[in-house]
Design a protein around this ligand. Structure first.
Ligand code: 9Z3
Length: 342
């Protein structure tokens, strides 16, 4: 039986987040993306399916309206993309592993992997056919925040069947629209001008002083708090915490969980993120997932000799996401079973 699904029109504003969303421009593609997402979510809600929002990649902070320069947060996008594959149950190996150059220098499928490649292709085709995957690109932190709010509101009717898996590396700082200069900041002193910025008369966030570029960034609003408390109160919410100093990772993860009261923080270190992660959960539990070393690293082409068999030249034996995602699925099953509300 097809259930009647009600998806709210647009997003409801409230005083705390209104400030950000009132003073920072709505992305040009938001309405088009919202329409695509609404159709996608309705389709899956009608079939009583779970829907996961997986964020992936970095978020940029433009320094100029007509952007030449921007600040970026590191992320290759692998965590999000690979996790999405496992959520779709289509993850096996990277496509590139299956390919090689033949003697004529043409890329061909390595016969050894014909079957696996066929498997991945079949699963990908199935995901596309069943409309199981919707890709919505974003670049700036402003786009990220607007899309997250919009999609969270659209996913509300799914209740605990909606999952937020926040793997994107989100900037903590940004240039508010009202302090962003219009044109490229000039480095040579003879072209220095105090550029007009908006109508507020506030000093620009980035300007030259002598030979120095000075940048004064605002903190990004606490969007996770808004997501948990207001935009997606019934959803399962998993965030990632990226650090470089191992001595503070677990503590930072615990602190985020305490602040935002969501379900789980997955902590990882920049250099070991493909090898190990720590699950920090609301009950104070701390669980490490560590994958063993696998085969030696080989060049994609297969033409270069193997690198020496040091620990650094080895790849993880499995993609760590193939362990993370089933754990999350289990947690969500419990969450749905309890029909809980925070
Ligand atoms: C992560 O920690 C991701 O696991 C990585 C993945 C970015 C390290 P790659 O894309 O790397 O595979 O190269 N994401 C960071 C999440 C983040 O920025 N969290 C914010 C925070 O903790 C808010 S959700 O404040």
């Amino acid at each position: 039986m097809v259930k009647e699904i009600h998806i709210p029109n647009g997003v409801r504003a409230n005083n705390v987040d209104m400030e950000y969303f009132e003073s920072n421009p709505k992305p040009a593609n938001l309405d088009a993306h919202s329409t695509l997402a609404r159709t996608f979510i309705e389709h899956h809600a009608e079939q009583n399916r779970r829907v996961a929002l997986v964020t992936s990649g970095g978020t940029t902070v433009p320094l100029e309206n007509q952007t030449v320069r921007f600040i970026d947060n590191f992320s290759a996008g692998t965590r999000g993309a690979t996790s999405a594959e496992y959520f779709l149950e289509s993850g096996t190996n990277c496509f590139l592993d299956y390919m090689m150059f033949n003697d004529a220098g043409t890329v061909v499928i390595n016969t050894k992997y014909q079957h696996q490649m066929g498997d991945v292709l079949a699963k990908y085709t199935k995901a596309r056919k069943e409309n199981a995957l919707l890709l919505l690109p974003f670049t700036t932190v402003n786009e990220y925040l607007w899309y997250l709010r919009e999609l969270a509101m659209l996913m509300q009717p799914l209740g605990p069947k909606s999952l937020f898996y926040l793997a994107a590396a989100v900037s903590d700082f940004f240039v508010p629209a009202e302090r962003m200069v219009e044109h490229k900041i000039q480095s040579s002193e003879e072209f220095h001008v105090r550029q007009p910025n908006g109508t507020t008369g506030q000093p620009p966030a980035a300007h030259m002083e002598g030979k120095q570029l000075l940048i004064d960034l605002d903190p990004v609003p606490k969007f996770l708090k808004l997501l948990v408390d207001r935009w997606a109160p019934q959803s399962m919410i998993i965030s990632f915490k990226l650090e470089t100093d191992p001595s503070i990772l677990a503590e930072k993860a615990r602190s985020a969980l305490k602040k935002y009261s969501h379900h789980l923080v997955i902590g990882n270190l920049l250099n070991t993120r493909k090898w190990e992660v720590v699950f920090v959960s609301a009950d104070g539990g701390e669980k490490w997932l560590r994958v063993p070393a696998g085969r030696r690293t080989k060049s994609v082409s297969g033409l270069l000799p193997d690198t020496p068999s040091t620990e650094e030249s080895r790849e993880p034996a499995v993609e760590i996401e193939s362990w993370i995602v089933p754990e999350i699925e289990k947690l969500q099953t419990e969450w749905i079973g309890h029909g809980e509300q925070r």
